[in-house]
Design a binder for this molecule. Sequence first.
Ligand code: NAI
Length: 315
Amino acid sequence: MASSAAGCVVIVGSGVIGRSWAMLFAGGGFQVKLYDIEQQQIRNALESIRKEMKLLEQAGALKGSLSAEEQLCLISGCPNIQEAVEGAMHIQECVPEDLELKKKIFAQLDSIVDDRVILSSSTSCLMPSKLFAGLVHVKQCIVAHPVNPPYYIPLVELVPHPETAPTTVDRTHALMKKIGQCPMRVQKEVAGFVLNRLQYAIISEAWRLVEEGIVSPSDLDLVMSEGLGMRYAFIGPLETMHLNAEGMLSYCDRYSEGMKHVLKTFGPIPEFSRATAEKVNQEPAPPRGPAPATPAEQRDSMNTTRGPELEPGLS
Ligand code: NAI
């Protein structure tokens, strides 16, 4: 269990992502204060966290060494941001993806925090240089981008502002490890960070292949769910290259010309036209289990039967 002397964690914004962070931090034994501009959202969050933790405990899938009841005792709501951040060691911002709103929140936090607390944003795609521009405590600021659903997908992308102190990155990295997540360091900010850049590269080529009539939408998805995805669930693309030959140098000697030949045939960025969207829409991926009524239900049923969802859209 985390020592209470370490200070508590504050979640600003108790929606989908804020709730998940609260559960993860409580699982790691941290005191968590949930703040939201909407009082009802805090009440909803506490209720849904209680339900979910109980279900997870029954299923033997609750994280951490504490019982659900012990973890629930660590989480409280706080309607006042100033009171919430008192004694905090880490503040995780989880308000909607709106640059001006987030800047306003960080400016407010900047004026009330001390020199030790970490100011962390869950943003999916806003650049730290924009988000934290001009803050007095910029050295303590970082993006810690989770992957939805964070309780099931451990990766967290850590993206610093150019002026973020290395100790801020190290402390956030250590904290993420402590709560059972898998942090990785993005050395310099870039649009889409790393996960979404890889995701969009795949979406882009998938779209072109379907648009050009080379493969049907459902067969395209099979290539990932029954092929490439199985491999990538265990090892990354660079490790795959390394293992597919006698090491990386040998892989490049053998295959780089062939790869470049294929890569040169890739088309431009797709327009994501209505016509192709309709074509894909008419042929949804084969459902596993009872037929869902909507794509959202299909996604949720896949979460429980096959594992967690990929991040939708820019998330
Ligand atoms: P959400 O819409 O579910 O929750 C946002 C919460 O912020 C709401 O409870 C709202 O009442 C609260 N809020 C709004 N203005 C506020 C203010 N001024 N002060 C305090 N609270 C305020 O949003 P969600 O999905 O949880 O996303 C939060 C952040 O996490 C976004 O930046 C998003 O890009 C990022 N993210 C989202 C993922 C997803 O798949 N949903 C995945 C990874 C990151």
